[in-house]
Design a protein around this ligand. Structure first.
Ligand SMILES: N[C@@H](CCC(=O)N[C@@H](CS)C(=O)NCC(=O)O)C(=O)O
Length: 198
């Protein structure tokens, strides 16, 4: 039994998209979160330790962090082909991209947004926006997806960041075309209907 604690138009929207891609049965529990505009509040019923979303519960086990949830779900439905499995040579690159997304991409764009993009200690630890852009573009030049010819869970994370704020990703036509390709997925369109409660 799968249950996703989800807030509309948030980081959990991409998990709703992934669930549509995987065609798995999952209960969606809509939850409130504090929003940047000051609206909303923590939901005491949200099992996330920080009352954030996404939070996935599978048979009473809680899984948090978007990259972990993407990996967990793509492993749970290997037949969907959205996450290379352990015997696949692309498993290593898949794990590297998922961890790079949460461990570097999100911090780098957050520090840049906060005006800390030139901070030497942060650059030493994470590298900067230029290195991040270069790495993404190198992968897309092979393309058409980050892992090559197949759309996977990492594309959902990166494309949803671009949908949230295009400036968080590299500029240029190659990136624009990639985002257009990802955003044209029927499962993404289907997920819009479930993003908010009816
Ligand atoms: N690293 C976490 C970040 C989760 C996160 O920050 N979610 C936001 C929504 S986009 C949230 O729940 N914010 C509510 C709050 O900060 O209390 C992940 O990727 O899952």
């Amino acid at each position: 039994m799968l249950r996703l604690h989800h807030a509309p138009r948030s980081r959990s929207s991409r998990i709703v998209w992934l669930l549509e891609e995987l065609k798995v049965d999952c209960e969606i529990v809509y939850t409130a979160i504090p929003r940047q505009d000051g609206s909303g509040d923590e939901d005491p019923a949200n099992p996330h330790p920080d009352k954030k979303v996404p939070a996935l519960v599978h048979d009473n086990v809680l899984i948090t962090e978007s990259s972990a949830i993407v990996l967990y779900l793509t492993d749970l439905s290997p037949e969907a082909g959205l996450g290379p499995q352990p015997t696949d040579p692309k498993r290593g690159p898949y794990l590297s991209w998922l961890f790079y997304y949460s461990g570097v991409i999100e911090p780098v764009v957050t520090f840049e947004f906060a005006g800390l993009g030139e901070n030497p200690a942060l650059i030493r630890t994470f590298r900067g926006r230029a290195e991040m852009d270069r790495r993404i573009m190198e992968a897309l030049r092979q393309g058409p997806y980050l892992l090559g010819d197949t759309f996977t869970g990492i594309d959902i994370l990166v494309a949803s960041m671009g949908a949230w704020a295009r400036q968080m990703l590299p500029t240029g036509k190659l990136m624009d075309d990639y985002l257009t390709r990802c955003n044209a997925r029927p499962a993404l369109k289907a997920s819009y209907a479930k993003d908010s409660p009816r």
